[in-house]
Ligand binder design. Structure first.
Ligand code: NAD
Length: 487
């Protein structure tokens, strides 16, 4: 299978190659075959991207909100029309089943473009009457923004960052994860076809070094990263050195709390979504499933029965529900955590082994895995695994579970399942998490701000909140009378 792009980078409206950059291989995680090769952005490529983005920005900043909305809407439409083709490419790059990529990746990216197209026109300023003078407050773009993506939702992350950035009149240089370099280039092609001026959206490939060079570049005004907490710390430090604002969407170890009066079938379904969707490679996953003791046995029985029925295999087969992990390294990491869980004394109630579906023996497959009797101090309950490994923990009281759920440095997301809605809302109020769900889990509509508390991040993607991160206000006082000088 081949998915070789025209060239590595997309800068100033065209594909650019520079083979002197380090080689990056994209592998199909279901077979580990190399499907594409690109090169990391060198210093020269970064410089070229900055020049192109500056040229694009100077033109784009003078466009009207309606013109910006038209381009974003057109891009959303093209993305929707090409959803299948984009989803197949995303499946090749990430290994996520086509059943998921068809509905959750480019489709969600297109929604963000359409949503921020509608927001662009609402970005008006203020008039403040001041007697013999008045003030105008106008929103202005920041300039060149850098977006850096993780590998779990490559085109979605690129579109979620580009949409508010471009709607507010900025230019973007996007660096996809080196694990998944392909679909961001397609987004760049789509923007060009939709009429975006050259240089307003650019893609530069590379790993951490290229990302760091972009973040540190003196002509970059803002950074938005989706990645792990350690990378977030490094990017925040680099951004701080240049006094640049940074939006950080980082990792999590989120709690999902199930009270005894909850609809157990719904709670089980949500726990599965919260741990097995995208083979568990989702930042907001509810990987600590706290179940009230009196229903723990019933919960586990239903959970195991439904987990046994999960269809694992060929990601391109639309009936397949679980694909491989993104890389052999990620598989090794997840296997190590499963071993740690066993050694720590958690009870392995389902899965735990490598899977070798027929025809895909070389893929990075692992069985969906459930641990019960997990204790708060075990590493599998404290550290982000980023694989399909669920920890079930028992609790007795509301007060106790809130305290335990909050006893983590992370604060990305949380879910509560309760028949008593007052209790559900009370508990959600007490949880230290930026994105919460009551009686559901992991829904991220573009209208709703998404982001974390504590170590899970700074700032928000999506919703009205996101556009604020890509805009600054200029206050202008206009004098209608004479200047009163004291001398
Ligand atoms: P990662 O931190 O290894 O890499 C993320 C991106 O940062 C990559 O593009 C990488 O090349 C780049 N990078 C690495 N070092 C850098 C540096 N020093 N300067 C600039 N850029 C650098 O993360 P990953 O393994 O790709 O993704 C998994 C992580 O991302 C998990 O922790 C997950 O929770 C998190 N994530 C968070 C969200 C969210 O919205 N909160 C969404 C998806 C993934």
């Amino acid at each position: 299978m081949q998915a070789q792009p025209t060239a590595s980078h997309f800068i100033g409206g065209k594909y650019i190659e520079d083979t002197s950059g380090a080689l990056i291989e994209s592998r199909y995680p279901a077979t580990n075959e190399v499907i594409a090769q690109v090169h990391a952005g060198t210093e020269a490529i970064v410089a070229q991207a900055i020049e192109a983005a500056d040229t694009g920005f100077q033109q784009w900043r003078t466009s009207t909100p309606a013109q910006r909305a038209a381009v974003l809407n057109k891009a959303a439409q093209i993305m929707q029309e090409r959803n299948r083709e984009l989803s197949q490419l995303e499946t090749l790059d990430t290994g996520k089943p086509l059943q998921e990529t068809l509905v959750a990746d480019a489709a969600s990216g297109a929604e963000a473009l359409a949503y921020f197209a509608s927001i662009a026109a609402t970005m008006t300023g203020q008039h403040i009457a001041l007697g013999n003078s008045f003030a105008l407050v106008k929103p202005e773009p920041l300039g060149i923004c850098v977006g850096i993506g993780a590998w779990n939702y490559p085109i979605q992350i690129a579109a979620w960052k580009a949409a508010p950035c471009l709607a507010a009149g900025n230019a973007m240089i996007f660096k996809p994860s080196e694990m998944t370099p392909l679909t961001a280039l397609k987004l760049a092609e789509i923007f060009k076809e939709a009429g975006l001026p050259d240089g307003v959206f650019n893609v530069v490939q590379g790993a951490g070094e290229t990302g760091a060079a972009l973040v540190s570049h003196p002509r970059v005004a803002k950074v938005s990263l989706t990645g792990s907490v350690p990378t977030g710390t490094k990017v925040a430090q680099l951004a701080a050195a240049g006094l640049k604002p940074a939006t950080l969407e980082l990792g999590g170890k989120s709690p999902l709390i199930v009270f005894a009066d909850a609809d157990l079938d719904n709670a089980v379904g949500a726990a599965m979504n919260a741990n097995f969707y995208s083979t568990g490679q989702i930042c907001s996953n509810g990987t600590r499933v706290f179940v009230e003791s009196s229903v723990k046995a019933a919960f586990l029985e239903k959970l195991v029965a439904r987990t046994k029925a999960i269809k694992l295999g060929n990601p391109m087969d639309e009936s397949v529900q679980l694909g491989p992990l993104v890389s052999a390294a990620q598989l090794a990491r997840v296997q190590e955590y499963i071993d740690i869980g066993k050694q720590e004394g958690a009870q392995l109630v389902y899965g735990g082994a490598r899977a070798e579906p027929s025809g895909f023996a070389n893929g990075n497959y692992i069985e969906p895995t459930i641990f019960a009797d997990v204790q708060d101090d075990m590493r599998i309950a404290r550290e982000e695994i980023f694989g399909p490994v669920m920890s079930v923990l028992a609790f007795e009281s509301e007060e106790e579970v809130v305290k335990r759920a909050n006893a983590t440095g992370f604060g990305l997301a949380a879910g509560v399942f309760a028949g008593d809605l007052q209790r559900g809302l009370r508990v959600v109020d007490a949880l230290d998490a930026g994105t919460c769900w009551v009686n559901n889990y992991n829904l991220t509509p573009v209208e709703m701000p998404f982001g974390g508390y504590k170590d899970s991040g700074i700032g928000r993607e999506n919703g009205l909140a996101a556009i604020q991160h890509y805009s600054q206000s200029k206050s202008i006082l206009v004098e209608l009378g004479d200047v009163e000088a004291g001398w």
